[in-house]
Design a protein around this ligand. Structure first.
Ligand code: S3P
Length: 180
């Protein structure tokens, strides 16, 4: 393997609203790396939005496409910044592929703050389209926090922080880890 290809990906996980996509894009820019987002990869392969996939094909099919996206991103020879959809961590195969190929950062924040951020753009997140977003995110947190914890190298509390400040913390942790 070349020196370049032996570098680990920088992987962002966490619940909806944790800032993975905006922070990931900024980290990629600062690190001079290519940025990929598993939701965007799924949308590109299906030719329709995540919301449309859920509505017309169902969540199971979305998860299949998501697994393919995670597998392709993890296998990239070029070191990437990979932002993962919030549900990526529930699949053990996804967790292993990302852990093996990347440095995994769990972005977290208090549930009300996640709910506020995740519902700014209405209709984009099918799992929050009905019911109370705070209650839904709490239920998802109960199921997923163990999975995020088990795969993450570090957890970063993003409460009250702007995207740029979170990117600073992510890059600081990442650089420290890869230069140790
Ligand atoms: C989901 C999170 C979404 C997207 C889909 C399902 C989830 O991505 O993959 O709506 O199960 O938490 P973001 O976490 O980027 O919003």
């Amino acid at each position: 393997m070349s020196e370049e290809s032996s570098e680990r990906h920088l992987v962002l996980v966490g619940l909806m609203g944790s800032g993975k996509s905006s922070v990931g894009a900024l980290c990629a820019k600062r690190l001079g790396r290519k940025f990929v987002d598993t939701d965007h990869m799924v949308e590109a392969s299906a030719g329709i939005s995540v919301a449309r996939i859920f509505a017309t094909r169902g969540e199971n099919e979305f998860r299949e496409l998501e697994r393919v996206a995670v597998s392709a991103a993890s296998a990239s020879e070029v070191p990437l910044v990979i932002s993962c959809g919030g549900g990526v961590a529930i699949d053990p195969v996804n967790r292993q592929a990302l852990r093996e190929s990347g440095y995994v950062v769990w972005l977290d924040a208090p549930i009300p703050e996640l709910a506020e951020r995740a519902t700014r753009k209405s209709g984009a997140r099918p799992l929050l389209a009905e019911g109370d977003p705070v209650a839904t995110l709490k239920a998802l947190a109960e199921v997923r926090y163990g999975a995020y914890e088990s795969m993450a190298d570090v957890r970063i509390d993003t409460a009250g922080l702007a995207v740029s400040a979170v990117a600073d913390l992510v890059i600081e942790a990442f650089i420290k880890a890869i230069t140790e």
